[in-house]
Design a protein around this ligand. Structure first.
Ligand code: PAF
Length: 283
């Protein structure tokens, strides 16, 4: 498998591969790959001639330096996993911070039309400026036809779609369904930091969301939110950071349902210092 660590080498390779029917799929990741990432890569492989997977733990999207330093880094294992899918149809771009940022490791400021002030944006200051900065830079380097993002980070997916629309970037964004562990826990690189007991107990997060979906038929959002809080209050392992029912497209929280709109429920929970997020479509 080809692994490039500089944008110059990666661009030279992609330019050589170009032909009139060439389609380039792109799966940006921060590594510590799991079945969720592999499913994005498989979808990308089924729709493109070549797939670039970037592996880069982006410092500008972390508001917490400890979260950044503890983020799992497993490049050798990641490459081996990707090789189980293909050694030729996938190339890896694993740049250094220098290759991406040069001398200034800082984020650009973005206006995502208000999407950035909800949920993750409230609790992780500057997070989406960091995500916007890296994704835009990676799009400029890789120049993909289609780029694939998981719905586990649904707010990120909406923000990237917004950025592509407002900056008129020549790429199509494809959202892909959440992959789950057998107990329902959404797959995430952070799960590797959970103990066996925490992983088992974290089934509660998705179970709660499934019950929320049932309750949504009959109950008011504020009553459902109250019920969710009670599920986590005084829990021995988990602490609820937020729960929110929002319109799917603009992510604003709702008080009442409107039959013509689509809604999603979002949750963030801490297991010690490991932050887990999940969401579910409600209608
Ligand atoms: O979802 C992620 O892993 C990251 O936010 C992304 C999109 C790779 C940007 O660093």
């Amino acid at each position: 498998m080809q692994v490039y660590t500089t944008k110059t080498e990666l661009s030279a390779f992609i330019n050589r591969e170009h032909n009139p029917v060439f389609s380039l799929g792109f799966v940006p990741t921060m590594g510590a790959l799991h079945a969720g990432h592999l499913s994005l890569v498989k979808t990308a492989m089924s729709e493109n001639t070549l797939v670039v997977v970037s592996i880069f733990v982006n410092p500008t999207q972390f508001d917490n330096p400890q979260d950044l330093s503890k983020y799992p880094r497993t490049l050798t294992e990641d490459i081996k996993l990707l090789e189980t899918l293909s050694k030729t149809a996938i190339v890896v771009y694993a740049p250094t911070v220098d290759d991406i940022y040069g001398v200034q490791t800082t984020a650009e400021r973005f206006d995502f039309g208000g999407l950035e002030f909800q949920m993750e944006g409230k609790f992780r200051t500057g997070h989406f400026d960091g995500v916007g900065t890296i994704v835009k830079r990676l799009f400029e380097i890789v120049k993909p036809t289609l780029a694939y993002f998981g719905e586990k980070d649904f707010q990120q997916l909406q923000i990237i779609k917004k950025m592509v629309e407002t900056s008129q970037l020549p790429v199509t964004i494809v959202g892909c369904p959440i992959e789950r562990e057998p107990n329902g826990l959404a797959m995430s690189s952070r799960n590797s930091r959970l103990s066996f007991e925490e992983k088992e107990t974290a089934a509660l997060i998705y179970k709660t969301l499934q019950t929320v979906k049932e309750k949504f038929q009959l109950e008011l959002p504020k009553d459902i939110s109250h019920w969710v809080s009670t599920q986590f209050s005084n829990h021995p392992l988990f602490e609820l950071e937020y729960f929110q029912i929002s319109e799917s497209d603009n992510l604003t929280p709702i008080q009442q349902k409107n039959q013509t709109k689509t809604y999603r429920a979002f949750i963030a929970v801490f297991a010690r210092d490991v932050r887990l997020i999940d969401n579910i479509a409600l209608n």
